[in-house]
Design a protein around this ligand. Structure first.
Ligand SMILES: *Cc1c(COP(=O)(O)O)cnc(C)c1O
Length: 470
């Protein structure tokens, strides 16, 4: 190690001296001395690592140490899971927590979280009730399924469905449907984990029903179809239809299973959903003879993170009794929010669901929202002397997101920010590190704030993030 590095390391103040300083002792009341010490030690370890890695310090080592330790203490005092403003125009943004909940889902979750409840209790009998029963009847009603089961998420739904129907046996899937979603959900890996053996048929862009029938052996249990959520193959594409697969499965006494990904509960009057079947239609085509579908609760459905398995009563019964079901079960807060979300569909008020509202906003509404944001930002900029900032309304290309409809852009509006003195990347970084982070898009050297995904009050948060940029 170089002498200078050694000297710098030796000059780091001792722990006792750091603990004696006023910036450290003001955290004692709230955290206790021992915890403050642990956090300072963590800051020192990071600093030493940086020095050993050759980082150049701008300040004298004593000052640098104090600033870093105090910063880490402050960071530890506030929660890192906090609200952000989604100004990306991507409605179902997995990194930003997917679907924001409707008011009725939020209220239902809040009402159930601080009290005891009927989660697994039947007041009529005074005995045990089923947690799944609170939502099963609603899912059956909304999808036409014979039975339904909810679990942690759609990945869990696929895992449980395959484990209960195909462990130790073969599952036939098209090579064109071996999708990876969000970098962590891979059909081949889930299949392996479930104990099933994957048999792929066809090519990436072409799989015929005869490819499936030719691959069936006495050990085949399931024909699996996967929604190609986050990609679209253009050009010559041939895949077996749901009807063909269902017919083949029932004639050979196999299970037909379909991972729908997002799962549309109602047909929305939008161009990109015209070629998309609702869950009910998928089940009617494919589920009549012992079929199963799975889908997410927090994508287009607009509820909390959950996975739904719906379809054949006899198969769902096997899944309910499977050991994995216990490990994948849903918590009461999630269940309350999900029931309330389903009730909005039940009573025809699904337009109150934020993701549905955002996706169905028309250009006139969006232009109106952009005008409001533009005025607020111009006022704030004028009051705070933000100098050379150019603020204007632009047309945008928004997206459903969440791996749904990758090629169907939603035309929208936004407010573009452009400055002669700071790059779009640097301005975006400043917005992201505001007290309430603002996550914008960037296009052609401008920061673009897409208005489609803004929630009431976000306009003011953006204005304060912008003026804090000075
Ligand atoms: C999103 C998606 C999943 C994963 O769903 P989670 O609810 O995130 O677990 C699985 N399959 C498809 C086709 C998807 O689109």
């Amino acid at each position: 190690m170089a002498d200078s590095t050694n000297n710098t390391l030796r000059a780091i103040p001792a722990m006792d001296a750091l603990l004696d300083s006023s910036w450290a002792s003001r955290f004692f009341d709230c955290l206790g001395r021992e915890t403050v010490k642990n956090i300072i030690r963590e800051a020192l370890d990071r600093l030493k690592r940086d020095i050993c890695a050759g980082a150049q310090l701008n300040l004298p080592i004593e000052k640098e140490t104090a600033i870093r330790a105090e910063e880490l203490l402050m960071t530890r005092m506030s929660s890192t899971l906090k609200p952000v403003v989604n100004a990306t125009g991507i409605v179902i943004h997995t990194n930003l927590g997917r679907a924001p909940l409707s008011d009725s889902a939020i209220n239902a979750a809040a009402a159930i979280s601080g009290v005891y409840s009927t989660l697994e209790y039947s007041p009529e009998s005074g005995g045990r009730g089923g947690r799944n029963a609170h939502v099963e009847w609603l899912i059956r009603l909304l999808t036409g399924a014979e039975a339904a089961l909810v679990v942690n998420n759609n990945a869990a739904a696929v895992l449980l469905a395959l484990s209960a129907t195909a462990a130790g046996r073969e599952v036939i899937v098209s090579a064109g449907e071996l999708v990876e979603i969000g970098g962590s959900f891979r059909i081949p890996e889930i299949l392996e984990f479930s104990g099933a053996k994957m048999i792929t048929v066809g090519c990436t862009n072409s799989t015929r029903i005869s490819d499936y029938s030719g691959a069936i052996t006495e050990n085949t249990a399931v024909l699996l179809k996967v929604h190609p959520s986050n990609y679209k193959i253009e050009g010559f594409v041939k895949s077996a239809s749901r009807e063909e697969l269902c017919g083949l499965a029932s004639s050979r006494r196999l299970v037909f299973m379909e991972d729908l990904g997002s799962g549309l509960l109602v047909k929305l009057d939008l161009p990109f959903t015209n070629h998309e079947n609702s869950v009910k239609e998928c089940l009617k085509d494919g589920g009549a003879d012992g079929g199963i579908v799975t889908f997410s609760g927090d994508k287009l459905l607009g509820g909390p993170q959950i996975g739904v398995i719906a379809g054949s009563k006899q198969l769902i019964k096997k899944m309910k009794e499977h050991q994995l079901a216990r490990a994948l079960r849903v918590d009461k807060i999630t269940l309350a929010a999900f029931e309330a979300t389903l009730r909005l569909y039940f009573t025809g008020r699904y337009k109150d669901i934020p993701v549905i509202k955002m996706i169905t906003l028309d250009k006139k509404d969006l232009h109106e929202k952009a005008l409001v944001l533009c005025r607020i930002l111009k006022d704030a900029a004028a009051r705070n002397n933000t100098g050379d900032l150019d603020i204007s309304i632009v047309e945008t290309s928004d997206a459903v997101g969440g791996g749904a409809y990758p090629t169907d852009a939603l035309p929208g509006f936004g407010v573009a920010l452009r400055s002669a003195s700071i790059s779009a990347e640097a301005l975006a970084a400043k917005l992201r590190t505001a007290q309430t982070p603002v996550v914008p898009g960037i296009r052609d050297g401008s920061v673009v704030l897409h208005v489609r995904t803004l929630i009431t009050g976000d306009e003011l948060l953006i204005a304060s993030a912008l003026t804090a940029c000075n």
